[in-house]
Write a protein that binds this ligand. Structure first.
Ligand SMILES: Cc1ncc(COP(=O)(O)O)c(C=O)c1O
Length: 413
């Protein structure tokens, strides 16, 4: 059977988070037996309920006539108008809901299909289209590019470059590494970044826009975490706030993280009209849009007082949880590491006695039932670290720290 399937897909590994989930299910009885029931610090999925206002709106909408028929892949007009209003209210960005916004069945779907839109698939390395992507970065990007027949080129995000590398230097290195600069289709950015929690300054966004314009590269911004931040003065920006960005940029937004709606599958792409329109053509052949009742509920929450208050409260809670876990790590001997002002992630070095992040996270899961994500899953610059997601309850976070103390997971032994 093997040769029947697409080469890229048959060689694809199951997505890391689902692999971890399967492994956790497999060993759960064993962990329970030794009083170490799994505590998930691996998935980037909020565990609280979505805003009541949105739940009520969904319940009300669900009984309405016409809700259960196909919607338009583009998104209902009222949903796109609500997205446009959100972009205006939150970022001061003006968008045409008819030409510059398109609905998504979650931003993961959108990003994967957008990548597909850019790449002319090729099996020959020298002919492959290139997408530059953040490293460490969201684990799916690289695989999305690979299964589309393209090549991902790592843009290193390191403390040395303050997670904002000089793109001209990266581009020079790409050429030095033997890649054809003409094959570079897009630069994918993600601020606030998963897994680092790093954000970008306005100056850096200006630099990125200038770079993409100069080299005729499409700028693709993933803003999934734009509403998860702890300091009002460091409120993450939209790339579309930069003058002229719309000439070369699109941005992906998601309701998953700010409103704890990961299962609702709701988001939108916005920005450059030509890119959004051609993306729409592809989408119209691939799917039939979001569930209409969900669009109604999402449209309501996006520009509501209730939605904004929910985000403020959720961020306060994440900050408290971050403090609990950082405190615990300090007691376990973790020294200096970056404590981010955004996202619900912590990116921490693995103890020096472990050779790889997989070795450490495997040991932590099997001995203590504490499930973290290995840094190597996020790119070649991710080795030596692991990602902790602080979305579980405060009690579970404290319990994870207690277990680590009891089971000897000190940074230095
Ligand atoms: C950086 C980033 N982008 C996009 C997504 C996908 O989010 P969704 O498909 O739920 O909108 C995730 C999910 O973890 C993410 O971390």
């Amino acid at each position: 059977m093997k040769e029947i399937f697409n080469d890229y897909i048959q060689n694809l590994e199951t997505y890391i988070m689902f692999r971890i989930k399967e492994e956790v299910s497999r060993i759960t009885p064993e962990l329970i037996a030794k009083n170490r029931a799994p505590i998930s610090l691996s998935m980037g999925a909020p565990t609280q309920m979505p805003p009541k206002y949105a739940l009520d709106a969904l319940k009300e909408a669900i009984d309405k006539k016409g809700m259960h028929t196909y919607s338009s892949p583009k998104g209902e007009k009222s949903f796109r108008e609500a997205c446009a209003l959100r972009m205006k209210n939150r970022f001061g960005v003006t968008l045409d809901p008819d030409k510059e916004i398109f609905s998504l069945i979650g931003s993961k779907e959108g990003i994967a299909n957008f990548i597909r839109l850019l790449i002319n698939p090729s099996t020959k390395k020298e002919e492959k289209d290139i997408i530059m992507l953040p490293d460490p970065g969201y684990a799916s990007y690289k695989e999305m590019i690979k299964v589309s027949g393209g090549l991902g080129y790592s843009v290193p995000l390191t403390p040395e470059n303050n997670f904002m590398p000089d793109m001209e230097k990266v581009f020079e290195k790409l050429i030095k590494d033997g890649y054809n600069p003409k094959k570079v289709k897009a630069l994918l950015i993600n601020y606030p970044n998963n897994p680092l929690g790093a954000t970008a300054t306005r100056e850096y966004f200006e630099h990125i826009v200038k770079f993409c314009k100069k080299h005729n590269i499409l700028l693709v911004s993933d803003a999934a975490y734009a509403d998860l931040y702890f300091k009002p003065e460091l409120k993450p920006m939209s790339i579309l706030e930069i003058e002229g960005a719309k000439d070369i940029a699109v941005e992906f937004h998601s309701l998953s993280k700010p409103y704890a709606m990961t299962g609702w599958r709701a988001g939108w792409i916005c920005g450059n009209a030509e890119a959004v329109q051609i993306f729409g053509k592809l989408k119209s052949t691939l799917d039939s849009g979001m569930f209409k009742a969900i669009q109604i509920a999402c449209a309501k929450i996006l520009n509501s007082k209730e939605g904004d208050e929910y985000i403020i409260e959720a961020n306060k809670e994440y900050k408290r949880k971050q403090q609990i876990f950082v405190e615990g790590l300090k007691e376990l001997g973790w020294g200096e590491f970056n404590v981010p002002d955004s996202t619900f992630y912590l990116w921490i070095p693995i103890p020096p006695r472990y050779k790889t992040s997989v070795e450490f996270t495997h040991d932590l899961m099997h001995k203590s039932g504490v499930v973290a994500a290995p840094g190597s899953a996020f790119g070649e610059y991710g080795e030596g670290f692991c990602r902790i997601s602080i979305v579980c309850s405060e009690d579970q976070l404290r319990e994870a720290i207690e277990r680590m103390k009891t089971d000897g997971f000190y940074f230095n032994l």
